[in-house]
Design a protein around this ligand. Sequence first.
Ligand code: FMN
Ligand code: 173
Length: 348
Amino acid sequence: MRSPADVRGFEAVARERLDPAHYDFFAGGAGDEITLRANEAAFGRLALLPRVLRGTDKPELDVTLLGCRASLPVLVAPTAFHRLADPEGERATARAAATAETIMMVSMASTVAVGDVAAAAPGARLWFQLHVQPDMAFTETLVRRAEAAGCGALVVTVDAPVFGRRGRDERNGFHDLPDGLCCENMRDGDRVRPIEFSPAISWEHIGRLTELTSLPIVLKGILHPRDARTALDHGVSALIVSNHGGRQLDTAPATVDVLPEVAAAVAGAVPVLLDGGVRRGTDVLKALALGADAVAVGRPVLWGLGADGERGVVRVLDLLRAEIEDALALCGVASVHDLEPGMVRRAW
Ligand SMILES: Cc1cc2nc3c(=O)[nH]c(=O)nc-3n(C[C@H](O)[C@H](O)[C@H](O)COP(=O)(O)O)c2cc1C
Ligand SMILES: O=C(O)C(=O)c1ccccc1
């Protein structure tokens, strides 16, 4: 097989290889999938305004976030159920992230326990994503597992007080992992707890988590600039502007469209990340120019994993790296730290 030339090519290969219901679980969004499409479409409506005759030899791509270096400003977003895409599952993803020298956010809904992910990928930089469980004692168990695995941050998902309603999963009857797979982080003695959502989750829980752990806390799923301000008041260490890849509130705005307002509210106090719809190096430049310190990719990693396992994920991250280098050169920008809002125009 010739390796696909871009992220969308990897999606096509993964789609052919995966069980259709599993492909739909990965690809799908909530409701009418308006937000799912809007994330990508919003990048397409932005133009990059290049400068010329500012050549440099080697562009600078690396960023440091919460003391963790990444060799490119693209992190692996937390996504559930990697063993549906490849037998090695999150082990393969973590090894690929280590090879690419970037940070992987391990989902609480991983199909390999976070400690086993860490053991399988020496040198991987891992952060752990958490859905606060109504049972705070078990939430604490999860935090301790993340700490023991050497995770460098706790990524608390705040856009999922309830689970989004996803029509594809409904139509396919996809509600559970197949026999033999489970959410390994949810083991509790000889049972596996179901992942619960916490409709009553509030800022108080964020306060409790900061008391529970010395890990930096990253809030994932901020869209409103006022929530960004409140997050700062609660001592969080970073924010992720995210609509959960269009899987939670349908008709929530595209992330890149709200990024400038959130970045203005944060005013450099903490790092701001963005995810949702990043498929090209030019998308990464646009997000960084509009105030993100880095982006994360969810589905592109799943497409690499589904197409060719660990190698596929390495290739997807390498493709994005090459596209970023190319776009920086064409924009006359020497470093990802030099991108600024004036380079991006609302066009078309
Ligand atoms: C199949 C799938 C599973 C996901 N699982 C989780 C999860 O367990 N926890 C979480 O916080 N976000 C989860 N997300 C959301 C991603 O972290 C991220 O916000 C989103 O995928 C970004 O959009 P993109 O896929 O367009 O890059 C999931 C997304 C997908 C596509
Ligand atoms: O699918 C998701 O988006 C997601 O966040 C999730 C969380 C827990 C279990 C399965 C999926």
